[in-house]
Unconditional design. Structure first.
Ligand code: SF4
Ligand code: SF4
Length: 137
């Protein structure tokens, strides 16, 4: 039995395809959608809890990858290094789940860790390397 949390990135042309439904129908996996979102670039992001037979699990992940879905284990931990951040706000509209927000009063960017799905999109736009990624144990 395998039980794992995964982050799936769907390119825009796959967003409305029933790939997740097939995980249950064809691979007999139980799934629980923890978070779902579409980025401004119309990439779909799903965070799923998946559970099922080991072989079925591996076949399902292979199936998703063959169909162009990027699959990432949810083992990363994201942090905002406030020593490096200059609160420029570039990362705020990039975050698909509003885990980076600009405080209207102080004009500072805050990181809401509980919302973060570790997609790493913010790290790609931060010019000051203030977004730090580490692996969970
Ligand atoms: S892009 Fe980087 S420096 Fe700018 S607000 Fe976000 S974390 Fe801070
Ligand atoms: S990694 Fe960055 S962009 Fe992705 S959810 Fe977390 S804070 Fe938002």
């Amino acid at each position: 039995m395998t039980e794992s949390k995964v982050v799936l990135h769907f390119p825009p042309h796959l967003v409305d395809k029933p790939l997740i439904y097939k995980l249950s129908r064809d691979f007999d996996l139980e799934f629980n959608i923890l978070k779902a979102s579409v980025t401004p670039q119309e990439e779909g992001i799903l965070v799923l809890e998946l559970k099922g037979d080991d072989d079925n699990f591996q076949h399902a992940i292979a199936y998703l990858k063959e169909n162009g879905v990027d699959v990432q284990a949810l083992t990363q931990d994201i942090n905002l290094n406030y020593e490096l951040c200059i609160h420029c706000g570039l990362c705020v509209p990039i975050c698909p789940v509003s885990a980076l927000v600009k405080d209207g009063e102080t004009d500072e960017v805050k990181f809401v860790k509980e919302k973060c799905i570790a997609c790493e999109l913010c790290g790609k736009v931060c010019p000051y390397n203030a977004i730090e990624v580490s692996l969970n144990a």
